[in-house]
Design a protein around this ligand. Sequence first.
Ligand code: FE
Ligand code: CA
Length: 528
Amino acid sequence: MPLTANYPSRRGLLKGAAGGCAALIAAPYLLRHAAAQAWPGGDPFSLGVAAGAPRPDGFVLWTRLAPDPLSNNPATPGGMRGGDVTIGYEIATDPSLHHIVRRGEAIAEQIFAYSVHLDVAGLDPGRPYWYRFTSGDASSRIGRAVTVPQPGSALGRLKLGFVSCSNYEHGYFSAYRHLAEENPDFVLFLGDYIYEYIEERRPTVRRHSDGIEASTLPTYRNRHAQYKLDLDLQSLHAEAPALVTWDDHEVQDDYADKWSKFFDDPSHFLVRRAAAYRAFYEHMPVRPIMSQPEGPLMRIYDRFAFGDLVEISMIDGRQYRSREACYAPPNLESNASCPERNDPGRTMLGFAQEAWLYSNLSRSKAHWNVIAQDVLMAQLGIKQDDGYGFSTDDWDGYPADRSRILKRIHDSRASNPVVIGGDTHAYFANDLRLDFDDPAAPVVATEFVGTSISSYGPPYELIARALPENPHIRFFDSRRRGYVVIDLVPAHMQVDMRVVSDAADPKADISTLKAFAVEGGRPGVVEA
Ligand code: FE
Ligand code: CA
């Protein structure tokens, strides 16, 4: 059974529950707060709610008070002023909040733009909860959160969605809406959740509200707030708890650690990175202690276990990586043009995160081991005059590190390793071989890359033409936008690649482009 299948679906119960919600508003606790603060200037919960960072006994609940959400006056972020604000929260075991198991107070922190990162503990393992925030005469929408089963306990089934690359200017977020309607247990956000830049070369569907590239704290906050105002994204966050990592566009296109795209003075770039990371923290349901940013540093890589079924390592592929080799957009570098690419001293994850990943894999007793990260891992060589050209922004820019990691995955004997990623704005299904240049080398893991939610895809013909020379790439399509649903049981992983009819249509339909599977004990892509 899916993790939450024994519990009623939120949509089903809400239909008959309107009277119940009204009765709840008369609770004495809420009246006390109603007297404390009215919100005549706008809905303080305009940015919605989100849950994340699940543990067996709790999770993190997020919101950010923003009655004037797109205000980017640094003195009054979101239209708020003054010190920290105390708000109320309620957690219930049912979708219409009849059976409340926890009420309390949460702090909207002034220093983090009045965001709330409420770390809840003491709940029961392996079940859904529903929550909302309240303040004075306002209450947030109701969201769903989930605790994971106890470590090692049997879990028969889990349904995950994974998404990446939602450029607001390139389309509507119908894909988020359709994923919410599929009621996944959790959603993995694999990066490019926002885009910092302004589209200037290609047509746009809608515009970033302030018309400027985000590069400062107020402008990154404004960008995150605009995305969070999207109702399709809000419904996905309300429906399913999120596991999050980032890619480049949360800060700047193709950055690597302290090096901007064009290797500007790192001390300047780190000021920008600090602003971007801080705004990310302020808008995501991440752990308040572990992930709270300190200047330009913010720890987001994290490990989540779902009973004995699956462990997920969420990877940070940007903060610790070596400077890109021979960076020169569109950056297809060959061995002849860029020997630096193969330097074994270069790293994508940084050596501390790499060691952490190895330890996760070697200790794991789960049936499945998912490595959730930002960019394409399989080799993709594109023939050029001087040999094969490789993108230096994805794992092809760090081939020695990739070889090291694939060998460690192999040696760890971790059960059923699967890598998932985004960034390419294209679907890929790949056999990750110990040596990509040897078609007889063992397959050590299976990779699925999700297409973008809305961001424009790369030229289809260019990559499709290269596929015969990259036989470990079993499927590729960059022409459609969408998301991936993984249905996981101990012996089988089903992978459905969904596509929207048209990202320029706010009411787009959904369909399945292609379905794949991985069979337990047999790494590699199987047609489903
Ligand atoms: Fe992207
Ligand atoms: Ca990217």
